[in-house]
Design a protein around this ligand. Structure first.
Ligand code: RB5
Length: 149
């Protein structure tokens, strides 16, 4: 069965999201498009929370978000336990976000990327495994703060 990948964007990321939804389907994934569904102005946390909640609760293993800079989406998504939302603006950063940081949400800064760049970043992020080892220890330490209250 195809892996479901939730994807969301605000108005700044809307057009690029439409493109990436098609790309995900072409790659054999089942995109779950949580919106937005038009270029009208919306609030990015409304979409970040929907995608991040699914990843945090384990409904889906990974998700994708887009906004103008990638920053607002990442701030909101990273409030969810166990979510590691990485803003990536090159395939190399996407690669390292997976290999070293076990990123489970990819955030794309749509106003600073061409469609071609966004597809290259998406493909790199989807196909790169986590390296584990010393990186697993470091990623585990990210979560320690939550147990300190
Ligand atoms: C929307 O204008 C813009 O603020 C938003 O897409 C994002 O860049 C916020 O972080």
């Amino acid at each position: 069965m195809a892996e479901t990948i939730p994807i969301g964007a605000d108005h700044a990321g809307f057009e690029m999201k439409e493109r990436l939804v098609k790309e995900l389907r072409a790659l054999g994934f089942e995109p779950l498009d949580v919106g937005t569904h038009s270029p009208d102005s919306v609030d990015y946390p409304d979409y970040a929370h929907q995608v991040a909640e699914r990843v945090s609760e384990g409904t889906d293993a990974r998700g994708i978000l887009l906004c103008g800079t990638g920053l607002g989406m990442s701030y909101a998504a990273n409030r969810h336990a166990g979510v590691r939302a990485a803003v990536a603006w090159t395939p190399e950063i996407a690669h390292l976000a997976r290999e070293h940081n076990d990123s489970n949400v990819l955030v794309l800064p749509s106003r600073f990327l061409s469609d071609e760049e966004s597809v290259a970043i998406l493909k790199e992020w989807l196909s790169t495994p986590f390296a584990g080892g010393r990186h697993a220890r470091r990623v585990a330490k990210i979560e320690e703060i939550t147990s300190h209250g």
